[in-house]
Design a protein. Sequence first.
Lengths: 150, 458
Amino acid sequence: MSCMNDDRGVSTVVGFVLTLGITSLLVIGLLVGTSGFVDGQRQSTVRDEMEVLGQQLAADIAAADRLNRTGGDTVAIDRPFPDDVTGLSYQITVDSGQPVRITLATTNPDVSVEVTVRTVTDVAGGTTLNGGDVEVVYDESADELVVQNG
Amino acid sequence: MATVRDRGQLVLIAGLALAISLVAIALVLNSAIYTHNLASRYDSPGDGVVRSNHDIRESAGANVRYVNEEYADGGYSTVLTNYEDGIPDIEAAVAEDAAIHGRLLRVTHVSNSDVEGVRIVDDEDGGSDFTSRTGAADWTVVKDAQVRAFTVRADAATTSPFQVGTVESGLVSSGAFTVGFDDDSDGNDEWQVAIYENDDTGDDDISVTVENPDGSVQTCTSASSEVELSLSTGRIGSEACSGLLFVEELSKPYDINFSNAGAIDGSYRLVADGVVGGPDVTTGAFTDRVDAMNYGAHCGDADAGTEQSTFYSADAASGEYPRVTPALYEAMIDTTYDSDSITYEGRHRIAPGETGERPQTPVITSFSVGEADTTNSSDGNYTVSWTVIDPNNNLDTVKVEAFDNGTLVADTTIDGDTLDLETNRRYTFRVTAQDTDGNTRTASQVHREDGGESGCPA
């Protein structure tokens, strides 16, 4: 009778451990999978948004170039850009040369997007801006377009 | 009982973590939607300005054409005043449309930006041939100038018919009306344009044959009985004719000569960068040059009995054509455009129908030679005076030379100077204006003492 008494209640414990173990595995798997998915989607969204912003800035530079070439002495185009993309602050860098290279970048996660545009009027290079309102103006004295925070 | 409170912690933490993940997904999704919203917005910020500028330039160009046509009889000052008066009307029209869209638009005339020109026109009612006022079929229309808005309207029913092959083998020699462009003043037309009724088609069609300096020819035909050709924009009727686009390649200034002018019927008009003396006189450096080309002297050929005549008429009432009248060659306007996102200020040059670069060559606006004293033996003393303007303000020198039968006998660079010359001689006085780029323009007058300033050779 004593041996039979030693086995009593074991299945409950085993069942509990198995339930706990399997549940933990499932939850951990779900969390790992979800966080990876969220991270991937976030990077993709950041890239898309910065690409759109870069293209809008390129459109502004091209428009300012066109207006300058159609007799414009004073040209200024303002655009309200968002302060951040998907909750991340970002920097805009404009490099001179042809084509003009516009780079938008975030850190952590590191995402970088480059957009190019060709202009007839030179564009002042080496400018790094933060997000927010951006303005493209024509500097008559230097005969070049300048991208600056508005 | 203590063990009961500990149960379910794993599920709680897992639920919380999942909830946070879902919120993060929602945020990312929101950003993605915003991105698509941004990407789908209208994204051509300069279009409004470009469109407004285009409308303003077109309207100002039409204003130039209108005042040149309607107010020439009042002289250049009347033409200019009416042009300036028209600018506020243009502003009112475009500013109202801009205001509806929440934009501010201003258009103003730039003071002293106007450049005087001369309009040459032969548009008699019912059309006419293109001969000069004295009936010459081969004559010089423009000498040493640059033209814009050069249009020819030809009526196929009354224009002489020619076969295309005949014209292509020799434009002038075929007998067809030909416009020649001489851009190096060598007396040969480097570019020629024949305009005639096409005898090959059997219908009333107008054809244009262009001969290039290399001798190659190109013919365009318009299937209309009445066709307007634009030698400035390269169009025959509503169709493009690339052969006519050579005007852009001409070195400026150039000469325009008509040949076989009796073989065409219709009208023509053009604006040149020269100056005539006034609304009812045909004197001035521009007509002096043309008359010198046609007669050998600015005031006609004494031997041929055409003294004081000119190849142009200035009298509007006489109904005689071709006419030359003072005209506005070009002017500048300033535009200001303000919207929520764009600030723009620009200056625009208005010279409708101009091809190629703007005029650079100095313009001799007046040139007169008077006898200093005609009451005693000092006859032969001539006072020369002139006014010259330069379109790009880089005038360098103005010189007047007196020639006796081709030999230089005196010269001066002083306005109002007196040249002491022998009596009873026939002199050619030539004024040469040169800018720092080497662009030169000349005007000549022939004089012999006659007691006045008309200066016709006796």
